[in-house]
Design a protein around this ligand. Structure first.
Ligand SMILES: *Cc1c(COP(=O)(O)O)cnc(C)c1O
Length: 224
């Protein structure tokens, strides 16, 4: 049941905040609906989750269109976005969580008709299989976005490797938080970088303890 799952997730968010004396209101739950149908997505929105995330362009556009009566929703795009699909989708997105190349940034600049709020995806763990800008290249990468006036870097995003230990999760999320603060301190108008998007069903408690402001949760909301 979505309502039971949601209650548990919210309780864990609350408990995780309490552990480190953070305000619950500083953490936004983004419901990742990529693996469920329209009915379950609507159900989640009716339960009050007003930030929703998808990772495939077609399903995202279709759900957004069918849910246009929910006027308070913010839509997040969390997946790899192919450049040829930017045009059809970028102006429908409120937050884009996977900015990781200058080519993609240039395409967004070209197609955007409004400011696009982006998270730069960082490959903190350094796994070669992972998407994202490396920690070493992050500052250079962000500085290259300076002339692209449609892109605002609201924060950084990362994923912990599958099957990582709690200790590794703490390390990775703490590193992302440090990187975020480093960028924020530069006071760049095009990259205020006040936010961190980190933590999924298996590790959002750790992410909150390490300072996550957006957690992206799918499975934990939709399990039986
Ligand atoms: C699928 C996905 C999530 C949600 O993962 P769960 O383990 O189902 O909570 C979060 N972020 C990204 C980028 C995803 O692709």
């Amino acid at each position: 049941m979505i309502s039971d799952n949601l209650r548990k997730v919210k309780q864990e968010m609350q408990d995780s905040c309490a552990l480190v004396s953070r305000l619950r209101s500083d953490v936004t739950l983004v419901g990742v609906t990529k693996s469920v149908d329209l009915g379950q997505t609507i159900e989640l929105a009716k339960q009050g989750v007003d930030h929703l995330a998808e990772n495939r362009v077609d399903q995202f556009l279709s759900k957004k269109e069918k849910m246009r009566d929910f006027t308070n929703l913010s839509w997040h795009f969390v997946g790899n976005l192919q450049r040829r699909k930017v045009k059809s989708v970028i102006n429908e997105i409120d937050f884009f969580h996977a900015l990781d190349s200058i080519k993609l940034a240039n395409e967004i600049q070209k197609r955007a008709e409004k400011t696009i709020y982006c998270f730069v995806e960082v490959n903190v763990s350094g796994e070669s299989s992972k998407q994202g800008v490396t920690s070493e290249n992050l500052l250079d990468f962000i500085e290259q976005l300076k002339t692209l006036d449609k892109i605002k870097v609201v924060g950084l995003m990362t994923m912990a490797p599958l099957n990582s230990s709690k200790k590794e999760q703490h390390e990775i999320f703490a590193k992302l938080k440090k990187l975020q603060e480093t960028i924020q301190k530069k006071n760049l108008s095009f990259a205020p970088c006040t936010q961190t998007s980190m933590g999924m069903s298996n590790d959002f408690s750790v992410a909150i303890q390490e300072g996550a402001t957006f957690i992206r949760v799918g499975t934990a909301l939709f399990k039986d």
